[in-house]
Design a protein around this ligand. Structure first.
Ligand code: IVH
Length: 693
């Protein structure tokens, strides 16, 4: 191709390629709905590059090939916004929203834009937690992009914005002569995690949150760097608009609004969308304060599931004519309101870093914080995971730290506010000895965790292993909580799991916070646990690397505890999905004399795994049944065994979570309770039907 001059056919092919690639970008990055495969897209792109390389004179800045970044800048130029970039008034309470709506209605009534008794109409959308950007299009071409700055002047980031594939370089038809689009640049949470991971691997700066990462990525002099960052853009407003025809709101003082072929904010955003700009799909047109509050609640409930961070919602009076009448105060429009969610990030003081000992001896550093209200709850503790994590974040006692709690996720310490670090702080050092049993703490080379080497000598490990064994997925002993286990272990009453089965109600009732009734319930729950499915008993032992699934596979494979205990590593490898590490761990566990003793002691205490481990079906999977009264044919044990074998659970007490109460003759208070709570009550025949179903 080189050497000759481009003929008309080639020019046309080039134009068609550019259009089609731009359209595919829009489908992929704006609509989230690609219509071609990556390979097809790549073919179009390489053909485009081929032509542009052969005929550099045909290169234009709007070409989709120009998204890879340009030569680095020496400094950012300043840009004066044609129309100032405003801020929003904030509301935190429902009352603020009602007051806003009332002010709007009063003004619109007076101006004759609303009738008495009529509700005001609003457009409601997300308040994106990113960076405000203004994009300037002239004759449909992106000519400038600027940050908000102080609202009047910002920084020229055109070279960087060009690399965002969701920002059209050329608008689709129906655009005005000049259009300033306002919107937000942000990074999806998942992309943010990936970016940070990559940054860490390269030993580069870790960003504290997606907004920070978006800001850092946009304020790059080298747009080649920005091009590698997963930035997204959403349009939500506008600045200057010139010459879109006079079909709009002729007669209004605002040039911008007059130029637009729209009468409402919602129509403006629809128009933006038609021009190929990304606009979020959660926007709604609503009426009245209660409509707004419902939107707030709905979005609030979805907040944690959204792909990106939002810090609230924004309400805008929908009719542009009404916006005009309402006007502005100071730097914010009177026609709009930001309704903020409770902050998901706050700063507080890091008072101390403690270490906690887990079931397998793993030592977890825990941040003790000056209590802070964040994400709707008060947070005083947060896990720091492990030594490396504390080092990576470099949080130190005395630091002011950023604490984050998003949705129902456990709170985390994001990092220190370095500007506020007091003098004399020191980096965290993992203690050499266990804070509970004083045994040495060791850290194996290829592991992130440090461990207490005390094993079951360590009271902390003993407590955790008993709690694990009593857990829902193991022996499922209801009513055996942390406080009681603390007391039982600290008093020396319980040394191993087997001791649990020797407890009686009288002695239990003497412990703190134990009434007679809860003691009796607990004894009954412990009694029920004497007939566990083999897989549950195996899981309850807390063998390293043996989770629920492995326990189930091993139980199915061997059929009895004796067989598993007798198995060597080679035979263990025959279990589905069991590799050398797991096989070794199981064999080592059972080779340990004190572990064999615990199992013997369990057998002595009457704990015997059910031979039928594998539920004959999963007919009662996830169901909890309570037995009460005497059944005509089956003993209670027999009924319980069959329920367990069908994948169900048997509980000693009735609650809202109970699936069925099986009532026999002389059923007592459990039957009454079931009727009160509206729990289904069946008889033995009903149970048999369930089991056969
Ligand atoms: S409209 C005419 N809409 O919030 C009003 N702003 O506090 C101009 N923001 O700097 C702003 N989401 O960065 C508007 N849906 C949204 C927004 C939004 C986020 C940001 C924007 C602005 C700040 C104002």
């Amino acid at each position: 191709m080189t050497g000759s001059s481009p003929d008309e056919a080639l020019r046309q092919e080039l134009a068609a390629l550019r259009l089609s690639i731009a359209e595919h970008n829009r489908c992929y990055y704006v609509l989230d709905d690609p219509v071609v495969s990556d390979a097809q897209y790549d073919r179009l792109m390489s053909r485009l590059l081929e032509i542009e390389r052969a005929f550099p004179e045909l290169l234009v800045p709007e070409s989709p090939s120009q998204r890879v970044g340009a030569a680095p800048l020496a400094a950012f130029a300043t840009v004066r916004h044609a129309q100032p970039m405003l801020s929003l008034s904030n509301a935190f309470e429902s009352e603020d929203v009602r007051a806003f709506d009332k002010r709007v209605c009063d003004t619109l009534l007076e101006a004759g834009l609303l009738r008495a008794g009529e509700l005001a109409e609003y457009e409601a959308e997300f308040k994106f937690d990113g960076l405000a950007i203004s994009l300037r299009y002239e004759q449909g071409r992106l000519v400038q992009a600027a940050t908000r700055g102080d609202g009047r002047t910002g920084e020229d980031v055109t070279h960087n914005i060009r690399t965002l594939r969701s920002v059209p370089l050329v608008l689709k038809g129906g655009y005005p002569e000049v259009l300033e689009v306002r919107g937000e640049v942000l990074i999806n949470r998942r992309d943010f995690e990936r970016l940070n991971q990559a940054q860490q691997e390269r030993g580069e700066k870790i960003f504290v949150n997606p907004r920070n990462a978006a800001a850092g990525s946009l304020r790059q002099l080298d747009s080649g760097v920005t091009a590698t960052r997963p930035l997204r853009f959403f349009a939500y407003s506008w600045g200057e608009i010139e010459g879109a025809g006079r079909s709009g709101l002729a007669g209004l003082p605002n040039e911008a609004v007059r130029a637009a072929p729209c009468a409402t904010h919602a129509q403006m955003l629809d128009w933006f969308e038609r021009m190929g700009l990304p606009v979020d799909q959660s926007r709604r047109v609503l009426k009245g304060a209660e409509g707004l509050l419902e939107f707030y609640r709905d979005v609030g409930a979805r907040r944690a599931d959204l792909p990106f961070d939002i810090d609230g919602v924004v309400y805008k009076v929908n009719a542009l004519a009404a916006q005009e009448v309402l006007g502005y105060v100071a730097r914010a429009p009177r026609f709009a309101l930001a309704h903020k969610f409770p902050a998901q990030e706050e700063t507080t003081l890091l008072l101390d870093i403690d270490v906690q000992v887990g079931r397998t001896g793993a030592i977890t550093p825990v941040a003790r914080l000056k209590p802070v209200f964040v994400g709707g709850v008060t947070v005083a503790n947060a896990t720091l995971h492990n030594e490396d994590e504390v080092r990576r974040k470099d949080v130190r006692v005395g630091d002011t730290v950023i604490v984050r709690r998003a949705g129902d996720v456990i709170p985390e310490v994001v990092g220190p506010v370095l500007e506020q670090r007091p003098p004399g702080t020191t980096p965290f050092i993992m203690p050499k000895n266990c804070p509970v049993c004083d045994s040495a703490i060791e850290r194996l080379e290829d592991e992130a965790a440090s461990r207490c080497t005390g094993g079951l000598f360590c009271a902390a490990q003993r407590k955790q292993s008993i709690l694990h064994a009593a857990g829902r997925k193991a022996l499922d002993i209801e009513g055996l909580g942390e406080k009681l286990v603390d007391q039982l272990v600290d008093s020396g009453r319980i040394k191993s799991l087997a001791d649990l089965f020797a407890l009686n109600a009288d002695e239990l009732a003497d412990y703190d916070r134990m009434g007679r009734k809860s003691a009796l319930n607990l004894i009954e729950a412990i009694d029920q646990a004497r007939r566990p499915a083999l897989s549950r008993l195996l899981f309850a032992l807390g063998i390293r690397h043996v989770g629920e699934t492995t326990a189930r596979d091993a139980a199915r494979h061997f059929g009895s505890m004796q067989a598993i205990m007798a198995a060597d590593e080679a035979s263990l490898l025959a279990v589905r999905d069991v590799g050398p590490v797991v096989a070794h761990s199981i064999a080592r566990f059972f080779a340990e004399p004190h572990n064999r003793e615990v199992i013997n002691a369990l057998a002595q205490a009457g704990v015997q795994a059910l031979a039928v481990d594998e539920p004959t079906g999963q007919r009662l999977d996830g169901k909890t049944l309570v037995l009460t009264g005497s059944l005509p044919n089956w003993s209670r044990d027999e009924a319980a065994r069959r329920i367990l074998a069908a994948g169900g659970k048997v509980s000693a007490s009735v609650s809202k979570k109970t699936s069925y109460v099986v009532a026999g003759a002389d059923a007592g208070s459990k039957l009454t309770k079931a009727q009160e709570l509206g729990v289904a009550v069946i008889d033995e025949a009903g149970l048999m039907a369930l089991l056969d179903a």
